[in-house]
Design a protein around this ligand. Structure first.
Ligand code: HXC
Length: 510
């Protein structure tokens, strides 16, 4: 009996060593943790329950029969993050470069099935070289089975991917179908085909970093939702993100004790909006002063900075914040900003997270680049996302809400539940200059007349009151009471019931 127990311990010890000490050292030398070290940094201490530690590949071609390593390049299991259940898999680069075999895919599929059945988030930690080349089509089939499960789990349980090394070929598409992708700067990269293939096909010379590093994917392609400096920081931030999310689409929002009273006035907000309507201010200030303890987890902070998206809490409950950012391009809506915010709004709606929207938007960005790039369809994504969302929607117009962008940004007409405006709000078809130049074109040469028309337009239309007179705005509120008014609105809407007509699924303009 004793020997049998020892054998188990020995087998476990062998599995824990993955591809062996030399490869573990090489991993550390690159500034990366091993798969198991990553899992233990992600989960609460001692909570990891591993599955399938003894699974091995079944390939025999290319001498593979003699190279079987228990675990087969991926560590899978579950544990807790601040006491809440999560499933996790971590690619083990020390075993066949973390590449995906049929058996390796089977481990991930089993975990995906368990996560879906038990309704808890799944987090994938990537550090891998794509399909196991020695396995051919068996590996390709494995990928597709994983993808299928990503699709079925989408909108049911949160799925998060953290890229911590190479992520190439077949490995990219599973993360692409998850809710969020984060990367580690300098050590991770993602691409469908690597620099060598690119050189052969297009004759471009690029490094892996230039082709798919964290900078590219957070600022240019928008594939990644954020990047962190090292493995530990990235894993700790994933713990922070998980704390904001419900375990599934039927689980209640997590609640964290709120120590900051919501009824205190915040006088700084009364002077935040400059007198000059063309001067910018940082909308993040408003978000941070509305959220509990200013705690704000920003999503896509480096992409389409003219709109800000992310999670915070009000009175301890998670809220998704969306806000035009006057500091960047005057907060205009362009294709990138529309796509970014639309995806975020849809995530919130999937998981019953109320949406608080701050509006200061001069309209949609004009120009051939935008029109040729599909602004109509991209803008429609945000319009569609807000319009289909049934979660509580609280909107505060802080300054400009011009033209179509007024409609899009969670207006009353798109089933905004509680819509407020600050006294500085200007809700109109367009700004004074453009409006006067169109409706008083014949007076353009007469500066006095134009000045008089402009003043008249500003007094009549550039205020919240025309909208408030029609009930499009529920109240004009003092900026200093924003947190209190938002908290009250969210309390009112806590048990909101609204559903859309039955359909198989909608046809959002993709
Ligand atoms: C089998 C692999 C492997 C793979 C790496 N290894 N990738 N084994 N299949 N795909 C093994 C290496 O043989 C090596 O084994 C160990 O992992 C580490 O690899 P190195 O090359 O030494 O590491 P490094 O220099 O850091 O380079 C990492 C890498 C490179 C950039 C990921 O290994 C690489 O380019 N791999 C191939 C990537 C690729 O083309 N994958 C297939 C994509 S096609 P030893 O024993 O020496 O430690 C695909 C199609 C699926 O995925 C499509 C589905 C939709």
């Amino acid at each position: 009996m004793h020997t049998i127990l020892e054998q188990l311990e020995q087998r476990r010890a062998v599995a824990r060593m993955g591809g062996g000490q030399k490869r573990i050292d090489a991993q550390h030398a690159k500034g990366k943790l091993t798969a198991r070290e990553r899992i233990s940094a992600l989960l609460d201490h001692g909570t990891f329950e591993e599955f399938d530690m003894f699974v091995e590949h079944r390939a025999t071609d290319f001498g593979m029969a003699d190279t079987r390593i228990p675990g087969d390049g991926v560590v899978t299991g579950w544990g807790t993050v601040n006491g809440r259940k999560v499933f996790v898999f971590a690619k083990d680069f020390t075993v066949f470069g973390g590449s995906l075999s049929e058996a390796h895919a089977g481990k991930i599929m089993k975990l995906q099935d368990m996560a879906l059945k038990n309704r808890a988030p799944i987090i994938g930690l990537y550090d891998a070289g794509g399909a196991r080349i020695q396995e051919g089509v068996a590996a390709l089939g494995g990928y597709a089975e994983v993808f299928q499960r990503n699709i079925l789990a989408s909108g049911v349980i949160p799925q998060i991917s953290l890229i911590m090394g190479p992520c190439a070929g077949g490995d990219v598409y599973s993360p692409a179908m998850t809710d969020f992708i984060f990367m580690v700067r300098d050590t991770s990269y993602m691409f469908v085909t690597g620099p060598d293939v690119v050189k052969t096909v297009t004759n471009e010379t690029v490094t892996a970093e230039e082709l798919g590093g964290a900078r590219i994917h957070t600022t240019k392609s928008s594939i990644a939702d954020g990047a962190f400096d090292n493995d530990i920081e990235a894993l700790l931030q994933m713990r922070r993100l998980i704390d904001f999310l419900p375990l599934s689409n039927t689980d209640p929002l997590p609640e964290i004790a709120c120590l900051q009273p919501v009824d205190a006035v915040d006088m700084a907000l009364d002077t935040l909006v400059p007198d000059n309507p063309n001067k910018p201010y940082d909308i993040r200030e408003v978000i941070q002063r509305t959220a509990d303890d200013g705690d704000f987890f920003e999503i896509q902070d480096a992409f389409a900075k003219n709109i800000v998206t992310g999670f915070g809490r009000v009175e301890g409950r998670t809220v998704g914040f969306v806000a035009n950012q006057p500091m960047v391009l005057a907060g205009v809506l362009d294709s990138d900003a529309s796509r970014k915010a639309a995806r975020f709004v849809r995530f919130c709606d999937c998981f019953n997270i109320p949406i608080v929207t701050f509006v200061d938007v001069p309209g949609f960005l004009p120009g051939t680049a935008q029109e040729y790039g599909g602004l109509i369809k991209h803008g429609a994504k945000l319009l569609f996302a807000y319009g289909e969302a049934t979660v509580p929607k609280v909107t505060i117009i802080t300054r400009k809400a011009y033209g179509g962008a007024y409609d899009v940004m969670a207006s009353k007409h798109l089933r905004g539940d509680v819509n407020y405006a600050w006294p500085t709000a200007q809700i109109a078809v367009m700004g004074a200059k453009g409006a006067v130049e169109i409706i008083h074109r014949k007076d353009i040469g007469d500066a006095d007349k134009i000045a008089a028309h402009t003043k008249a337009y500003e007094e009549r239309f550039l205020s919240p009151f025309v909208a408030a007179e029609r009930g499009y705005i529920d109240d004009v509120i003092m900026p200093h009471s924003t947190r209190r008014r938002v908290a009250k609105a969210l309390k009112l809407l806590a048990k909101k019931q609204l559903s859309n007509p039955w359909k198989k699924h909608d046809n959002i303009p993709l």
